[in-house]
Design a protein around this ligand. Structure first.
Ligand code: ZN
Length: 247
């Protein structure tokens, strides 16, 4: 396999519409993540945003994406169902996908989960501590026992998701909530990671520890050379047994 091809998709509305958010992410959240990943890894990185034709996610782009990272919030409904269908189909076919923060309410995440994906939330500059609960998981490689974010948006359980196939982080917030903040799923041949932090008001995506989580998640979710599988009617048995006569 050549270089891992990572596409970072960002709704890119808060940074354009709100000056105080533009100050935090002058190149957009996608620009910040691209820069941070690029500092450490020799990935083939591209970015795509909502207002590009087909949201920048043409079939060709998706066919050439190993892992798609998704940040969205205020405009989930503006993402066309056709593109959502295309994205989910690529996941089932082996593309890795990482949903960040408010991406829990994005159309593709809800479609892949099959539940409302509702959460409790509060914007109150509370402290978040993400505890590693599965140190055997490759997404935790090189991390300390916990990651502390001095200010983040608070999310709380119940998070209406199917039980994760693997749970990597649980967050505690200084306001009292807890949250399953690092959740792995497998759908078809694809691997999906949901990672909670990354509210647009805070510089979370410039952090080295958060970048480490994203790199580990890309490495975990990237496709490998899948075995070729057979579906549907198989007329010839695998053993030498008599074939049923047709009448
Ligand atoms: Zn938020």
């Amino acid at each position: 396999m050549g270089k891992v091809r990572v596409t970072i998709w960002n709704e890119y509305r808060h940074e354009v519409l709100e000056e105080r958010i533009a100050k935090v992410y002058p190149k957009g959240i996608h620009g910040a993540i691209a820069e941070m990943l690029g500092r450490h890894m020799d990935y083939e990185i591209r970015t795509a945003t909502l207002d590009e034709p087909e949201h920048g996610l043409t079939q060709e782009v998706l066919d050439n994406t190993d892992v798609l990272i998704w940040w969205g919030h205020m405009a989930h409904n503006e993402v066309s169902d056709e593109v959502v269908e295309r994205v989910c189909k690529r996941v089932l076919d082996g593309m890795g996908m990482i949903f960040l923060h408010s991406g829990h309410h994005s159309k593709p995440f809800r479609k892949l989960m099959g539940t409302t994906c509702n959460v409790k939330w509060r914007e109150n500059d509370e402290k978040e501590r993400l505890w590693i609960v599965d140190p055997s998981h490759p997404i935790t490689a090189g991390l300390p026992e916990y990651i502390e974010l001095p200010k983040e948006e608070t999310y709380g359980e119940r998070f209406d998701i199917p039980a994760p196939d693997e749970l990597v982080f649980i967050s505690w917030f200084s306001g009292g909530e807890v949250f399953r903040s690092g959740c792995c799923y497998r759908r078809g041949k694809g691997r999906i990671f949901y990672f909670r932090p990354g509210h647009e008001e805070y510089p979370t995506f410039y952090r080295e520890d958060i970048t480490r989580v994203l790199i580990n998640a890309v490495e975990w979710a990237k496709p490998f050379e899948y075995p070729k599988l057979t579906f549907d009617h198989v007329p010839t048995p695998y053993e030498d047994i008599p074939l049923k006569q047709r009448h």
